[in-house]
Design a protein around this ligand. Structure first.
Ligand code: FES
Length: 120
């Protein structure tokens, strides 16, 4: 397991590691913020659930984010598609923009909101 700078007594737990399977992103609420939490090639990643096109949530249905291939997040409104590894939009009205990444860490069989600043 990698070294972590996170303090589990003050960090925000997002889910159990076992709940976050490859190809099955989760919708997770943190305060007023809705996050898309996913595991891609074994690594946990999170993005704000807000499309760079109009700032609306991406879900097709609550917690359903992937396109038919399962290889991209897809916005339900106008179909923009985003890479899983970095949230970059590769097709659609906001092509070249990206979802806002949120730093997360996996530690002690859980996924945590990292105390590190938001990655832009
Ligand atoms: S609101 Fe997401 S593609 Fe238009």
């Amino acid at each position: 397991m990698k070294n972590s700078t996170m303090n589990p007594t003050t960090a925000t737990r997002l889910c159990a590691s076992a709940e976050l399977a490859e190809g099955q992103p989760l919708r997770v609420g943190v305060g007023d913020e809705q996050l898309i939490l996913l595991r891609h090639q074994g690594i946990c990643r999170a993005f704000r659930n807000s499309c760079p096109h109009l700032g609306i949530e991406l879900d097709w249905q609550p917690g359903r984010f992937l396109d038919h291939s399962g290889n991209y997040l897809q916005c339900a409104m106008h179909g923009a598609r985003f890479q899983l590894q970095n949230g970059l939009c590769i097709a659609g009205p906001c092509q070249g923009q990206a979802l806002t990444a949120v730093a997360v860490e996996e530690h002690a069989d859980a996924v945590w909101l990292s105390p590190l600043p938001v990655v832009e």
